[in-house]
Design a protein around this ligand. Structure first.
Ligand SMILES: Nc1ncnc2c1ncn2[C@@H]1O[C@H](COP(=O)(O)OP(=O)(O)OP(=O)(O)O)[C@@H](O)[C@H]1O
Length: 608
């Protein structure tokens, strides 16, 4: 009972997937889809028509040869007429193959483009970061990347393939049954083992590929480690090539070695089964030759029925190969539709409340607890602190204390599991998410180095200001990055990066470009995560001197391990292991003689 209901459920699920996939193909380009269907229907009818026409031509030739000896009688009007029809049918059959293939290729590319656009649109609606860090979603991406763009088209290919082969086979079966019902039975029975082997081949290899998705992600990773310019430095300086090659080779062996084993076993069965089907064809031919010898049938029958038996078998095999392909076409569709339908990872406010233009009361963390999705232990354990408007707040603490996590919560990349984060007394969750983020200029320590021009790299913080050159130049000046543009070949129009760019910058120069982004936006909140980590001592000092002026009228948060950068902050929060251990301004914390004072003295000692 249970297995029956699960069969009904999985069949319903399968049909739903197929209809959704075909719907996707249809909506991508209805006229191309119709073109493929029409050419497929014609391809279904033509093979039987070709056989019948050939038989009629041969029989007419034999009749004309036996009845008359003059050339004019041989070329009787009926023979010419039959030859013309046969040539037309054969030509049409030949023309349809490339036509159908071309239509399929065009549609395949369009479906791929459509699927990718849909996926990008769907991911743009994931408000947080959790989905990007979920290993199951990463597996779904891998399946989609490898197979799903073709899946919609494969479903179309499979369904038209099944239709074409069934139509062709009805004609062929009727022809064979006309010769003798046992001839039909013989062909069907001897094709059966090969059909089963073919089907098993398709389903087993697909199942294997599906279960190996995580492993093939690793395979891709080991390949990338040897190809990306970032890793190339390490690979060469540490001579990692043999090690990465080894990891790649063992991962390759793991995924594809097993597949080879499956393939070898199945191909042996397939060869044995082919021998059985060949025996079936031989049986039909023996019967035809015996008939011919007994003068029971014309020569044309050899072409018609022998051809029908061979074609029937090849179509049966094609059908089972197509049926074996179904799991491959379908098995990746759930991943595609899961990615398209995955619910948002954050609740969005229904009220569309905007962040006030002037922050009056500041920001307050109230007993905030946070654990990263998939982790067991919390990263933030009951964090509480207040951040007054127009203040510069600094977060300090050892590595892994949770400083960047606090910033991620402020941007609502994740929501805390317990506690609240208030902006002017209102929970961040109650603000419109897009509006909230548009009021924050955040520069992370792992900022992205886009292979764009300098102008674009700065304007990325507010695309609407792309043509506001004065603003962009001012931002570059504030970040002390303007000077470096002078030495570049195309000034601010110089494209940066190693892959597409004209030239590249040093780490510190890149950091200045990233810092300039903070000054492009009209943001109420500025977040700088390690803004001076890559700067030289003089640049850090200059930034430090100008910091107050640069962020005048801004509520800013700065994360830094360099306490020389941090000391000018109005309020300093010291985090250790996810909890606030001290807070106050620089002199208060020094007077306290705790973690901050110790770190500051240690750093000062090093400098001295
Ligand atoms: N995306 C993530 N998924 C799971 N755990 C994470 C993730 N990001 C950070 N963590 C964990 O959270 C802890 C705090 O990380 P966070 O980046 O906030 O530290 P931090 O104080 O900014 O450290 P650092 O000074 O090294 O930049 C770390 O122990 C880290 O392992």
């Amino acid at each position: 009972m249970h297995s029956k209901s699960s069969l009904v459920k999985s069949t319903r699920n399968f049909l739903w997937l197929c209809s959704r996939a075909i719907g996707l193909v249809w909506r991508t380009n209805p006229s191309l889809t119709v073109g493929i269907l029409l050419t497929s229907i014609l391809q279904a009818i033509l093979p039987t028509a070709e056989l019948v026409a050939s038989k009629l031509v041969i029989d007419r030739i034999v009749t004309n040869l036996s009845g008359h000896h003059s050339s004019s009688h041989f070329w009787s009007p009926s023979l010419r007429y039959l030859i013309l029809i046969a040539v037309l049918i054969i030509t049409l059959g030949q023309v349809l193959v490339p036509l159908n293939d071309t239509l399929r290729s065009i549609l395949a590319d369009r479906v791929t483009g459509q699927v990718n656009r849909k996926l990008l649109l769907a991911t743009s609606k994931w408000p947080g970061l959790s989905h990007f860090e979920d290993p199951q979603i990463a597996d779904d991406w891998e399946r989609v990347r490898r197979y799903a763009p073709q899946s919609g088209l494969e479903i179309l290919t499979v369904s038209t393939g099944v239709f074409v082969n069934l139509c062709t086979m009805i004609g062929l079966a009727a022809t064979l049954a006309h010769l003798h019902p046992l001839a039909l039975l013989l062909v069907l029975a001897t094709a059966l083992p090969q059909m089963l082997a073919q089907w098993r081949y398709g389903t087993s290899t697909t199942r294997h590929l599906y279960t190996q998705t995580s492993e093939s992600r690793k395979l891709g990773y080991w390949k990338r480690t040897q190809l990306t310019p970032e890793a190339a430095k390490d690979v060469r300086s540490y001579w990692l090539w043999p090690y990465f090659q080894f990891r790649y080779a063992s991962s390759f062996e793991h995924t594809l070695g097993q597949l080879d084993k499956i393939r070898r076993g199945l191909s042996l069965r397939l060869s044995l089964a082919s021998a059985v089907s060949a025996a079936g064809i031989a049986g039909v031919y023996m019967y035809l030759i015996w008939n011919l010898a007994q003068n029971l049938s014309p020569v044309g029958d050899l072409v018609l029925y022998g051809g029908a038996a061979m074609l029937m078998q090849s179509r049966l095999l094609e059908l089972s190969a197509i049926l074996g392909q179904i799991p491959k076409s379908v098995i990746f569709l759930p991943s595609l539709f899961k990615l398209l339908d995955v619910p948002a990872d954050l609740q969005q406010a229904q009220t569309h409340r905007c962040v006030p233009h002037t922050i009056e009361r500041g920001i307050e963390f109230q007993d905030v607890w946070f654990t990263y999705p998939g982790n067991n232990s919390p990263v933030l354990k009951g964090i509480s602190f207040t951040w007054e408007p127009d203040q510069v707040l600094a977060l300090v603490g050892p590595n892994g204390a949770g400083k960047t996590t606090i910033v991620k919560l402020l941007l609502r990349f994740y929501d805390p599991q317990e506690g609240r984060i208030l902006l002017d007394g209102v929970d961040l969750k109650d603000y419109d998410l897009d509006d909230l983020r548009s009021r924050i200029a955040a520069i992370f320590q792992d900022f992205v180095r886009y292979e764009f021009t300098i102008k674009e790299n700065v304007a990325i913080a507010d695309i609407s200001r792309m043509e506001d050159q004065d603003r962009l130049l001012l931002a570059l000046q504030k970040a002390d990055a303007y000077k470096l543009t002078a030495k570049l070949p195309k000034w601010i129009y110089t494209r940066l990066g190693r892959e597409l760019g004209d030239t590249d910058l040093s780490g510190g120069e890149w950091q200045k470009i990233a810092l300039a982004r903070a000054f492009v936006r009209d943001a109420q909140l500025v977040i700088l995560d390690e803004p001076t980590a890559a700067l030289d001592a003089q640049a850090e000092r200059e930034l430090f001197d100008r910091f107050r002026k640069l962020f005048e009228g801004h509520t800013a948060i700065i994360i830094s391990h360099r306490l020389s950068t941090v000391r000018m902050a109005d309020h300093i929060v010291v985090l250790v292991n996810g909890t606030v251990v001290e807070q106050g301004d620089h002199s208060q914390l020094l007077a306290l003689g705790g973690y901050y004072a110790e770190m500051f003295k240690m750093q000062a000692k090093w400098y001295r």
